[in-house]
Ligand binder design. Structure first.
Ligand code: MRU
Length: 369
């Protein structure tokens, strides 16, 4: 995707050929700054502190984190230590575990002296594949938007509501939930996106709005609680969100607040789609409510909001009365029964074991719980 006319992915190698450059998402949309990661520890910190975020990009960064670790210690013990360090950063996005298991499998088949080179190669492959997966999600989601557009008056936009950020900066490029939106916009289909602000970290207000604006997609930022009201008034044609972990039976974990949007969509007959690349499927879990670990983040994300102060600095300000307790579950689980369909790189399917198995028979057959 483009920023100020220049094409970017979210992760790339520095000029030196070994450090890993990422866009610092804690500074967006106010500052466009990049950070060069030079060690597995720095990669782990970037994931933990959400310098990078979004399930696919977390996986890609972790893969490169392993490559950085292999520069220092490519022994079996060094590999296991790096996998453990990176694997402990964020618990919900299963892409992290998927990427690390893939790195372990590939590197275990190499002598330590060959592991560093192999790790960089594999991390680059994960990134390239993610771009292709996301683009394919866009192509499979596009007809859903096109068919809604067909029922509109000429020039009237399809209104799409999204939560959090599942756009190109949450992936290596294109995004998941936003990939169909970009393709629809590029195809000349009028679209308008309702962007949930997504407290506590405001990924919608800060990141989704930044992306959509950069690509010229009409959008309106709304507070998290506005979606149900808009649906009741017929102002939302469909919802598309991303996911951090989808179970083998189609339950979906995504940013906190997604479940409430699914409930409102269900009550109002608004289609609720979830877009995901297959590395986001956890084939080992059936029931998402009992099986998906939900990350609990620091209370400071609730007590404080980050924004651009009037002096031009990016600052945190307190928004909660001092002394109040906080709770900060970062994700919730939307049961499959509330999901109209899943949009994957292989097509659109029912959010169910049968639906997923139909698209991924070679994996589902062996792994589903
Ligand atoms: O906590 P975050 O910002 O990493 O949460 C991100 C989301 O919830 C996204 O919707 C999800 O990772 C899908 S990204 C394509």
């Amino acid at each position: 995707m483009r920023i100020n006319g220049q094409h970017y992915r979210t992760i790339w190698l520095a000029q030196d050929g070994w450090r890993v450059v990422v866009i610092d998402q804690t500074r967006l949309p106010f500052r466009f700054e990049t950070v060069a990661l030079g060690s597995a520890e720095q990669a782990a910190d970037a994931i933990r502190n959400m310098v990078v975020r979004g399930a696919p990009l977390i996986g890609a960064t972790a893969a490169y984190g392993v490559a950085l670790a292999m520069r220092v210690d490519a022994s079996d013990a060094g590999l296991e230590a790096a996998l453990a360090l990176l694997g402990a950063t964020r618990p919900t996005a299963v892409n992290l575990r998927w990427a690390l298991e893939r790195m372990r499998r590939v590197l275990a088949s190499h002598e330590p002296s060959r592991r560093c080179e192999a790790a960089y190669r594999e991390a680059a492959a994960i990134c390239d594949e993610d771009v292709a997966l996301c683009r394919a999600i866009g192509e499979h989601g596009l007809p859903l938007i096109r068919s809604l557009a067909a029922g509109k008056q000429a020039g009237e936009p399809v209104n799409i509501l999204t939560h959090c950020n599942a756009g190109w900066i949450a992936t290596v490029d294109w995004g998941t939930a936003l990939a169909p939106v970009y393709l629809a916009h590029d195809a000349g289909i009028p679209v308008h996106v309702w962007v949930d602000e997504t407290r506590p970290r405001n990924q919608g207000a800060g990141l989704t709005a930044f992306e959509l604006g950069g690509h010229g997609v009409p959008h309106t930022v709304i507070v998290d609680n506005a979606g149900g009201h808009l649906m009741q008034r017929g102002q939302v044609d469909l919802v598309i969100v991303g996911t951090d972990r989808t179970t083998a039976q189609g339950d979906v974990a995504n940013k906190i607040g997604t479940y409430l949007k699914a409930l409102a969509a269900h009550d109002n007959g608004v289609p609720f789609y979830v877009a995901l690349p297959s590395p986001t499927i956890d084939w080992s879990i059936g029931d998402g409510l009992s099986g998906i670990p939900i990350e609990e983040r620091a209370g400071r994300e609730v007590t404080h909001a980050v924004g651009l102060a009037e002096d031009g600095e990016v600052r945190a300000v307190r928004v909660v009365a001092p002394g109040s307790a906080t709770a900060n579950p970062a994700f919730d689980v939307t049961p499959a029964r509330l999901v109209t369909a899943l949009i994957t790189e292989r097509g659109v399917c029912a959010a169910s074991g049968e639906g997923l198995a139909g698209l991924f028979p070679e994996i589902a057959g062996g792994a589903a719980a």
